[in-house]
Design a protein around this ligand. Sequence first.
Ligand code: CAA
Length: 258
Amino acid sequence: MADYETILVEQRGPVTLITLNRPKALNALNSQVMDELTNALAAYDADDSQGCAVLTGSEKAFAAGADIKEMCELDFADVYNRDFFAGYDRFTATRKPVIAAVAGYALGGGCELAMMCDFILAADTAKFGQPEIKLAVTPGMGGSQRLTRAVGKAKAMEMCLTGRMMDVHEAERAGLVSRILPGDELVAEAIKTAELIAGMAPIAVKANKEMVNAAFETTLQQGVMFERRLFHGIFGTQDQTEGMAAFIEKRPGNWKGK
Ligand code: CAA
């Protein structure tokens, strides 16, 4: 496995666990983190032995945002010419699932990174916010768009305009977080959930992810048609035949990934 400096990557059976590892900077997301994270996810996506990934941080911070110390020297020409943050498009191009396991601060780019994942499991200590306005800037890794789609305009607008943080209970009520867990169970429970997903038929996993994500890109009619056609396509897989036979024969499915 590749050597990384800003993240830790471990394989736990079929689950890839990625831990952000810049504790002194509360896991602030600099360019090296972006490169290492997206390389690790590309390797996970290409590895047939891996079925689900978990992305986590520390107890204190999932990530406290993009690295302000890296950005403070940049001017418009720098960020525009480098298309700053565009590298994260590689993150959302991951075809297999990625679960965010969030404890502590998920602020700015940290909140945005959690929202790039397929769903968020959160510890009771988690806090979410888009405080960029306090730095006289805006979200830049998708926060204004993904937060608005996740929690609606009222809360997203208030959070972006005031920098107010949501605690985990508000985040769950608003639909940003799928489940709240005690802090000491967060990573173990995220891995358990990832194992469950990794045990499903791989093509069905990718197809489910693809069609839920399509809901954000299409009209209802186009989305329903996309779903139906992918559903039809699944009937061309050996695992569909096996999955239904296994149900009728009351035994677990034996997936081929074909
Ligand atoms: N970038 C760089 N360094 C950061 C950082 C960040 N986003 N957040 C924290 N750090 C560093 C601090 O500078 C500090 O380093 P030093 O010890 O060298 O001074 C260390 O992490 C610990 O931080 P604090 O001492 O501030 O810890 P705290 O417990 O008192 O406060 C906090 C925690 C409330 C999260 C506070 O650190 C904070 O407000 N951080 C910045 C949050 C923020 O504004 N995020 C948005 C960044 S912009 C962005 O993300 C743009 C985008 O859309 C992608």
